[in-house]
Ligand binder design. Structure first.
Ligand code: PMP
Length: 461
């Protein structure tokens, strides 16, 4: 353990409390202070540079520098730094962004509503669904389904949708009326002798059983990330979405696509929904929407949902929901510029060009003695470290094997993200080039080789 190095570290420990951080370990070890960024790299206060292989938190799609976004923010700050969108107020950046999102949506969408984070977008979608079902005269249809290992955020409703124990049991969540169905992770959940498609059929029948058990007249919606991100980068098996959507349509359950990670090119199409043939009624997006230069998120609703919400204003009362900063003009102006840049550089074309190199690198790692599963699509992927490849047995979590790999990656000049179950995620800035992909894959391979040597010394064979 290295003691805090300088006054910034000491000041951080004295007054800052960090998200998702072991506070006592932080007091002992201090922060990693990032001082600047350029392209896919960031620099720490010791002058070391790293490729950030998860684009911060899966979000800095254009990397850590972009002059056009700086200009867009400054120009908007000079012109109109703030106005809100309550009670029919509007402004040009909000109008432009709504129009651009509706035009780019993966299925016909009617309206865009803005929030500040992925969690808020998902909470907003939950409240829209509850309000909608009140407005259309079926107040009993309120239950919401998501998936075990899904990640939808940390506010009270979205943390309830999240399907990870760490987000639930310590916070007395989930709230009533939220249910979690089977994780579509064939590697762990598939049974011996079961094909991927048979597994997909079983996932769909688990979902149907859940809906029937609760009563279809009480089940309102299902939330899904096209590729499940923070829960493990889980790419569902073929035919999964086709099969579960058939169940949802049969029981008139709304489909909510959480595109917070997948949106804007990550999966090799503009939307994860396009990659997987998902037809959502509601779509939430954030992160790459502004390439993370400023906080902003969006909720797109189709016409069926919009008409219900709009009628509600007269039949049950105004949709009393929104944030001071819903559609903040500076964030919206940056998002508009971000989407223009994606168009001009053909972000999807670029991802299609570099992603095969990253996916090939990930598949190559599958033969490493420590790697049990290697998965991904587009510029998102993961490897999972296991103790016993044949038995698909994970290491004892207390050994913190992935955290050790992460440290070794840092020594190779890579900031990596670890996932529950000793996963290591890959989700680099979308602007990454071939050479940087190669550097990233080489660095991870070196780190895993070093870890294997260390573990052999400790008795791992
Ligand atoms: N949905 C998904 C799929 C996410 O990955 C995240 C964040 N990682 C969220 C929602 C929550 O977003 P935020 O942290 O901006 O609230």
């Amino acid at each position: 353990m290295t003691p805090p190095r300088n006054s910034s570290a000491t000041r951080d420990i004295a007054t800052a409390m960090h998200p998702y951080t072991d506070a006592r370990a932080h007091e002992a070890n201090g922060p990693m202070i990032i001082t600047r960024g350029e392209g896919v790299r960031v620099w720490d206060d010791q002058g070391r540079s790293y490729i950030d292989t998860v684009a911060g938190l899966w979000c800095a799609a254009l990397g850590f520098s972009n002059e056009r976004l700086v200009q867009a923010a400054t120009a908007q700050m000079r012109k109109l730094p703030f106005y809100h969108a309550f009670t029919s107020k509007s402004h040009e950046p909000l109008i432009d962004l709504s129009e651009m999102l509706v035009e780019r949506a993966p299925v016909p969408m009617s309206k865009a509503f803005f929030c500040n984070s992925g969690s808020e977008a998902n909470d907003t979608a939950v409240k829209m669904i509850w309000y909608y079902n009140n407005a259309v005269g079926r107040p009993q249809k309120k239950k919401i389904i998501s998936r075990v290992k899904g990640y939808h955020g940390v506010t009270v409703a979205s943390a309830s949708l999240t399907g990870l124990p760490a987000n639930h049991k310590l916070f007395d969540l989930p709230i009533a009326g939220v249910f979690h169905t089977t994780t579509p992770h064939y590697y762990h959940e598939g049974r011996p002798g079961e094909s991927e498609e048979e597994f997909a059929t079983r996932c769909a029948s688990d979902l149907e059983e859940l809906i029937l058990r609760e009563g279809p007249e009480t089940v309102a919606a299902m939330f899904m990330e096209p590729v499940m991100g923070a829960g493990g980068v889980i790419v569902p098996p073929k035919t999964y979405y086709e099969k579960i959507q058939a169940v949802l349509k049969k029981y008139d359950v709304l489909i909510v696509a959480d595109e917070v990670i997948c949106g804007f090119g990550r999966t090799g199409e503009y939307w994860g929904c396009t990659t997987f043939g998902i037809e959502p009624d509601i779509l939430t997006c954030a992160k790459a929407l502004s390439s993370s230069f400023l906080p902003i998120s969006g909720v797109l609703v189709n016409d069926k949902v919009y008409q219900g919400l709009a009628d509600g204003s007269h039949t049950i009362g105004t949709f009393g929901h929104g944030y001071t900063y819903s559609g903040h003009p500076v964030s919206a102006a940056v998002a508009v510029e971000t989407l223009k840049i994606y168009d001009e550089m053909d972000i999807v074309g670029h991802v299609k060009k570099v992603a095969p190199l990253m996916q090939a690198g990930i598949q190559k790692l599958a033969s490493h003695p420590l790697v049990g599963d290697a998965r991904g699509v587009g510029l998102i992927g993961a490897i999972e470290l296991v103790e016993d490849k044949a038995a698909k047995k994970n290491f004892d979590p207390a050994r913190k094997i992935a955290a050790r790999a992460q440290k070794l990656c840092e020594a190779e000049g890579l900031i990596m993200r670890i996932l529950p179950g000793d996963g290591i995620a890959f989700s680099p800035p979308l602007v990454i080039n071939e050479e940087e992909v190669a550097l990233m894959m080489n660095g991870v391979t070196n780190a895993l080789d070093k870890l294997a040597v260390e573990l052999r010394r400790e008795g791992f064979t």
